[in-house]
Design a binder for this molecule. Structure first.
Ligand SMILES: Nc1ncnc2c1ncn2[C@@H]1O[C@H](COP(=O)(O)OP(=O)(O)OP(=O)(O)O)[C@@H](O)[C@H]1O
Ligand SMILES: [Mg+2]
Length: 388
């Protein structure tokens, strides 16, 4: 594959020299067995790199295993990665293969590598140096042939100085390093990404794509994008759902962007918070989309019913359905959806959604949280925030 084919195959948008360079390095190192370390801020697209490398290596017909080290509890991570023998610990009823063994002859992608506990870092270093490891509870070493690619958005030299990451492991992983630049460093990609995301959303939800005038495009091009491409994608989703107009003005863009953060601030400080906020928003957009769709269907059914019953029962129909037949579809709920207009901010909609969900479930947070697909803790925080 060449650079262009890689972009097509993996849906990578952008043509900045920095992005092209990252892809070219990935292609160059792909045929070797060298470990690769991918760094860059949150949301820059690091997860594409190991896939490019694997697919362009001789290992491509063998397993590609992606492990999010941050998602595995500290107590089980060794057994997940390296496997365990029967009886190695309480509950180990059978012996089990770890990801490294499953990835033999293939590639393992260790994402969020900075989250590995120090003891696991020692085991990993041993595998990298000797290609051998022992299952938890075993004294027999297993030899494997695995290509390792690691990624993190954490500043590892800083983590090393704080004693959270082993320096020897860092150097061992870092033989080849691929840095994915922040979106603010490749401004020329912003408009391309915007167009791609708006047309993707339009296709997905069967509506025309949103467009920006020159001034509005200028604003997003020069915005700081602390959450990088992930944030831009969510921003396009937000505008696509909330705005009734398809031509988006500069003012609307300004109102929709979170306050422009100081460019000198280390993005690392914001990463986790951003990520949490964004995924929470994603969920809310989804709820909004679903509700919008439900309303359209409901409208259609209502129209059909009215048209099929042209006998003066229209008003009764509405009164009755409101009271008995479809208790969930109260006029209040319709109002939330109709409120999805340019003038209403996301926060208000969020507040309305939460309020109505709580009312619907008689204040039972657990049920409301489940309906909104957010955690109870998040719901609790929102209730406080919105003073509900
Ligand atoms: N060049 C690109 N073109 C299109 N979409 C992209 C591009 N780069 C990233 N994305 C999209 O942006 C989102 C974030 O990318 P990704 O998950 O790879 O980020 P990351 O660097 O791993 O971030 P984190 O450190 O927070 O895990 C994904 O939805 C991904 O598909
Ligand atoms: Mg990632």
């Amino acid at each position: 594959m060449n650079n262009k084919q890689v972009k097509q195959r993996f849906g990578i948008i952008g043509n900045s020299p920095q992005l092209n360079r990252a892809i070219d390095i990935a292609l160059q190192v792909a045929p070797t067995d060298i470990s690769v370390f991918v760094s860059g801020e949150s949301g820059t697209g690091k997860e594409n790199i190991p896939k490019i490398i694997h697919q362009n290596s001789s290992r491509k017909h063998n397993n590609y295993i992606a492990v999010n080290c941050g998602a595995i509890p500290e107590g089980t991570i060794d057994s997940e990665l390296f496997g365990h023998e029967k009886g190695a610990f309480t509950g180990a009823h059978d012996s089990r293969k770890g990801y490294f063994e499953v990835a033999d002859e293939g590639t393992i992608f260790l994402d969020e590598i900075a989250e590995l506990p120090l003891s696991t870092q020692v085991r990993l270093l041993r595998v990298l140096e000797s290609g051998e490891f022992m299952k938890v509870g075993s004294s027999k070493s297993i030899k494997i042939n695995v290509r390792v690619i690691a990624a993190t958005n954490v500043n590892l030299p800083k983590a090393i100085s704080e004693g959270k990451f082993r320096e020897d492991l860092y150097y061992r992983l870092n033989t080849i390093s691929i840095f994915i630049p922040a979106l603010r460093e490749r401004k020329e990609d912003v408009s391309l990404l915007f167009r791609k995301f708006s047309s993707d959303f339009a296709d997905k939800y069967n509506s025309p794509s949103i467009r920006l005038d020159e001034q509005a495009m200028d604003i997003i091009t020069n915005y700081n994008w602390p959450g990088n491409i992930r944030q831009l994608k969510n921003f396009v989703a937000q505008l696509s759902v909330i705005e009734t107009e398809r031509d988006i003005s500069a003012q609307t863009v300004l109102n929709s962007l979170p306050e422009n953060r100081n460019k000198n601030n280390s993005p690392i400080l914001f990463e986790d918070k951003n990520k949490a906020e964004l995924s929470e928003r994603e969920i809310l957009y989804k709820v909004l989309f679903d509700m919008k769709r439900d309303l359209s269907e409901l409208k259609k059914i209502t129209f059909d019913l009215i048209n099929n019953n042209n006998s003066g029962i229209k008003t009764d129909f509405f009164n009755e359905t409101k009271q008995k037949d479809v208790p969930n579809i109260s006029p209040v709920k319709e109002e939330i959806i109709i409120d999805v207009k340019a003038t209403v901010s996301l926060a208000i909609q969020e507040k309305n959604l939460i309020k109505h969900s709580l009312e619907k479930h008689n204040g039972k947070r657990k049920l409301a949280a489940a309906e909104l697909a957010i955690s109870e803790r998040t719901l609790y925080r929102k209730i406080k925030e919105f003073k509900l």
